[in-house]
Design a protein around this ligand. Sequence first.
Ligand SMILES: Nc1ncnc2c1ncn2[C@@H]1O[C@H](COP(=O)(O)OP(=O)(O)OP(=O)(O)O)[C@@H](O)[C@H]1O
Ligand SMILES: [Mg+2]
Length: 404
Amino acid sequence: MNYTHMEYFEELLKRESLFKDEGKLDINYIPSDLPHRDKELSILSQLFLGLITNPNSISRRILITGKTGIGKTVTVKLFGSIIEGVSRKRGINIKYAHVNCRKERTSYKVLIRLIQLLDHQFPKRGYSSQDLLDILIEFLHRYNIHILVVLDELSYLINKHEDLIYSLTRINDDNFKGEQRLSIIGIVRDLSCLNNLDNSTMSTLQRNILKFKNYTESQIFDILKYRSDDSLKKNILSDKMIKMISEITASSGDIRHGLNIIWRSCKIAESKNLKYVNAECVRLGNQDLLPYSTLDVLEYMNSQKLSFLLAIIKALNNHDNIKVSFNEALKRYYMICENLGLKPRSNSQLWNYLQEFKRDNLLTTNIISEKIKGRRAIIAIPDLSLPNLERNAIEILNSKGFKL
Ligand SMILES: Nc1ncnc2c1ncn2[C@@H]1O[C@H](COP(=O)(O)OP(=O)(O)OP(=O)(O)O)[C@@H](O)[C@H]1O
Ligand SMILES: [Mg+2]
């Protein structure tokens, strides 16, 4: 064993960490307070008050919209734990069920998820969607539950022309003899993705829209200050540094970006044996960061789709081009497939991928011809760092066992 390494390790252990609780900077952590979302929380309380004052006689459907990273998910989750707590105290059985439709993309998967929240042992397969609806109804009845279903990132479901929302809203009317046992909160970034819904579903959801406004830079400062007080020891991150991070965060408005920079700059300060974070640590912490939302999208992509994205990135990189055509990307894609031993997907599947990339804000397209034969599009990635994107895509493919 190398003695100096051991010494080094020992020394690391002796070093005081700058963090009080690192976990509190995690993207999925739900803080106990949400600065600048009081108004939204109280609107939710007012809207859903009836579920507690008149149990099982009211159902609510609302739609929440707003840009990425501005607290839609976390606000609704915090509200969920509040309403569960308050109702429990009064002996009322309200169950909060958060479903992320990007992870559960079909009606079937959403229904399974809802039932598994009520019954952890429920098997994943062997039912039809109608069976699942019946089982859900039966559960709500038997255990006297009102379920608050949150369909987060709803656009991922809607684009498949699913009629889940319609079926869910119908179960109140059809099954409980006037009792209301299900409420829905839908969350989408922007209303344009609702165009594919049929009219009745549209009108049920769109009657109540709660729009989350973007945070201003000074609100971002307050939020990041609160989050760093919560997670770091005293005097580690000065107001001046928080201000610097807020300015960087304000350009996307995505609080995740700010939280990431805080975490990374503290890690960098620790590695340099500093007692606090300085501007250089923040600068380094901000380097090479892809927005969290992009990383998240990459993580959930299947290997075929990721290979096609990588083909686009490589084509752009190779020509040092600002734009590439769909056909050039295809050529690259076939090369990558051959390398990885993947069977290439059909052109029309790849064309669909392209539309999905666009929806995920990975790239922009200029479509010249939509004809099935001779589809033409010009593709650009204006907002993301290509080397970072490429590195991350390759890392994820590698982690799935594909060696590039
Ligand atoms: N007011 C706030 N106070 C403290 N933390 C916040 C606040 N708003 C957002 N955050 C934090 O910022 C991150 C992003 O918030 P959230 O996940 O709710 O975004 P979102 O609006 O749902 O974005 P997306 O549309 O991309 O899903 C989370 O880690 C969340 O805890
Ligand atoms: Mg969200």
